[in-house]
Write a protein that binds this ligand. Structure first.
Ligand code: AMP
Ligand code: ZN
Length: 119
């Protein structure tokens, strides 16, 4: 069924507590944890508990949870004090854009200067 946990999905396993992660925040609908290979001083992944392959699929099926994801990312940015300088929320979508885990995740990046446009 749409949104159900996938046995072969790393981030479903993190949601279920079967794979360890450095948790930053948990809500009823989301889990946030530090990226294992950080690209900035603050690099947090915010994911929905439900499994959808990418941000657009999540938004089509679960608009309220999509809003939760973005709100939680903003809350963490404030808690990590990266909101004064500025931060970036990124959804890599598709292999060509660098997506490697096909469970929707927002990258929250900050704590250093961020170039525009990104590579
Ligand atoms: P993407 O390449 O956009 O799909 O992002 C996947 C991200 O997940 C990468 O930035 C990885 O460093 C990160 N990642 C992979 N495995 C883990 C893990 N076990 N815990 C935390 N982050 C992870
Ligand atoms: Zn998943």
């Amino acid at each position: 069924m749409a949104g159900e946990p996938q046995a072969d999905c790393l981030f479903c396993k993190i949601v279920a507590g079967k794979v360890p992660a450095t948790l930053v925040k948990e809500t009823e609908t989301t889990v946030a944890f530090r990226d294992i290979n950080p690209q900035a001083p603050t690099h947090v992944l915010v994911i929905p508990r439900v499994h959808y392959a990418d941000a657009a699929a999540l938004a089509a099926a679960e608009p309220v949870i999509t809003a939760d994801l973005l709100r939680v990312a903003g809350e963490i940015a404030a808690e990590e004090k990266i909101d004064d300088h500025g931060y970036r929320i990124v959804f890599n979508t598709g292999v060509g854009a660098g997506q490697t885990v096909f469970h929707t995740h927002a990258h929250l990046l900050g704590g250093r200067g961020l170039q525009w446009p990104p590579g």
